[in-house]
Write a protein that binds this ligand. Sequence first.
Ligand SMILES: [Zn+2]
Length: 230
Amino acid sequence: MGKKVKLQRISEHVWIFPFDSPKDRPNLGYICGTKMALAVDAGHFSKHVEEFYAAILAEGLSLPEITVITHWHWDHTYGMHAVRGKTMARAETNSILTQIRQEMSSDPDKVREFLNSDPSIQREYAGGVPVIVVPAEESIMGDCSIALGGVTAELMLSESPHTDDALLVYVPEDRVLFVGDAQLGEFPSWKMNWKKLASFAKKVQEIDADVIIDGHWKPYTKEEFMADIM
Ligand SMILES: [Zn+2]
């Protein structure tokens, strides 16, 4: 048994379940209000979700009622079938996930291709467990905000060089911003579209945040993050 990963507190209402590079697990966000809690991203696989939920309960916190998705990539979404409560993602994200689901169900080679595409995926799916891809229950069509009780999750559509379905999650009360992998180049070429990066950087610059949480690294101050992307 590996060591148990704990939630890391970022601010009054915000925690993260920290990233794990060998399994390509991204940071999962947890925003807790007096009415309900919201998770940012569903993780790589059901086991990732189980460990995230165990870490939430270990802190005496309640499990999320809503999970929102930052972009369609497997390490952020393939745990979605295992989350509790409502799931929400951009319409673009849902159409990509629906397409992958159809391809995998009609062609077992697609599942094998996915499992063989990276050692981190093989580590995560060790033991022959099935790959289950589902879209979110609700499609996000535009910017919107969710009141959690004393704290708000603002969902913002953004341009990004990484994917065309980026969603940012901003917590104004705590001045924390979740960006998924939005500042990175395109996968798998890592080719950078500088115009899209500039558009993303401008958007982030205008958001009043102290801390920025991305997918696969430690929390940044806004200054550090802007210095990295400009
Ligand atoms: Zn990604």
